[in-house]
Design a protein around this ligand. Structure first.
Ligand SMILES: Nc1ncnc2c1ncn2[C@@H]1O[C@H](COP(=O)(O)OP(=O)(O)O)[C@@H](O)[C@H]1O
Ligand SMILES: [Mg+2]
Length: 337
């Protein structure tokens, strides 16, 4: 069976090299004996998929992507352009959308993730008061909530465009949603999502290194994370003050799943120096039910001690991997898949 290669975005300034953000992953892959190809990310975003994949050799067989997020429709173009050259992305376009967009994974994870309601939209349109009221009603009509789109929040503008202190205050919900839509602009993905706010733990254990599960740890694994610093009780690095009372945003663990198996449990890129060891009970079954081969789940622990919650699911190809983490096990698993 042919061994999968991995496609990375090319450096816009030097199209023969991987984008600097992904260069270390490409280097690790090469050390493992893996092969990579390059794609023009701007070309993909602009709807010029055929041109964007021209550096991917013909008949390249099975392929993974590790790169910047793409809207689901652009990913579908990407997959089709590769297929036309004899390459197969191992995550199909429907599979990508299912893991990348909240409505794609929510039904499977319902109960394990904060209750959510969404309002589809065609572009950056603010939902009307009746639509918002219906969504609020679906969440029980009261209590705090969080606003995002199908893919991203504006967590760095927490009070302005993310956190809703009280759903019953429909005018306040409207203001936060309106500001969110305005700031997302043309990047608004899918529509507006409201999620019930749950209080998560805001402090983890300062890291020695991520916990690698199962897969091989490659050469040089040892001090890969030696940079781990001291983080104070104020919360994770990356917490920006834009958070609810009581400190930084949740400290999350990012779990990387391949074929239903956790191949890497590491910190979230927002707080790369914090290690959390999530209780994964029940999560593998959900990941398998979702049916996507390569996904991530971000988990946070509830402040009241009642256990771990899935904050969000993502497609593993476009989830950020904190720099300095030992990615060799993950990449080795991908090229062995
Ligand atoms: N339902 C929620 N309850 C409490 N905090 C939340 C909730 N949803 C999101 N958050 C906080 O906001 C952050 C951003 O939300 P998330 O859904 O992960 O969006 P993004 O895709 O922008 O990372 C999370 O990392 C978490 O700290
Ligand atoms: Mg997140």
């Amino acid at each position: 069976m042919p061994v999968p290669a991995i496609i990375f975005p090319a450096d816009p300034l030097n199209p023969r090299r991987p984008d600097p953000h992904f260069a270390w992953e490409a280097r690790t892959l090469r050390e493992l004996g893996g092969e990579h190809h390059l794609v023009d990310h701007d070309g993909l975003l602009a709807g010029r998929a055929e041109e964007a994949v021209r550096r991917v050799p013909r008949d390249s067989g099975p392929l993974w992507y590790r790169g910047w997020m793409l809207p689901s429709a652009r990913y579908a173009d990407f997959a089709a352009a590769l297929a036309a050259r004899g390459g197969t992305l191992l995550t199909s376009a429907p599979g990508y959308a299912a893991a990348h967009e909240l409505p794609g994974w929510y039904d499977v994870f319902e109960g394990a993730t904060p209750a959510s309601a969404w309002i589809p939209s065609d572009g950056p349109v603010v939902p009307g008061p009746a639509e918002l009221a219906q969504a609020v009603a679906r969440l029980g009509g009261q209590g705090p909530a969080v606003v995002k789109d199908y893919v991203k929040s504006r967590k760095h503008e927490w009070h302005e465009a993310c956190y809703v202190p009280e759903l019953a205050d429909l005018a306040a919900v409207g203001r936060v949603v309106e500001r969110f839509v305005e700031l997302q602009g043309e990047f608004l993905a899918g529509g507006v999502v409201l999620r019930r706010y749950e209080e998560f733990e805001g402090a983890g254990v300062p890291v020695g290194g991520p916990v690698a599960v199962g897969a091989v740890r490659g050469p040089g694994a040892g001090g890969a994370n030696a940079a781990g610093g001291v983080a104070g009780a104020a919360g994770p690095e990356g917490a920006d003050g834009g958070s609810p009372a009581g400190g930084g945003r949740a400290v999350e663990a990012r779990v990387w799943w391949l074929d239903g198996r956790a191949v890497l449990v590491g910190p979230h890129p927002d707080a790369p120096r914090w290690a959390v060891e999530p209780d994964l009970t029940g999560v593998p079954a959900l990941v398998r039910r979702l049916g996507c081969r390569f996904v991530t789940t971000d988990l946070a622990s509830r402040a009241d001690g009642s256990g771990w919650r899935v904050v969000e699911v993502g497609d593993g190809q476009v989830s950020d991997l904190p720099r300095g983490i030992d990615a060799s096990g993950l990449l080795a698993s991908l090229i062995a898949a």
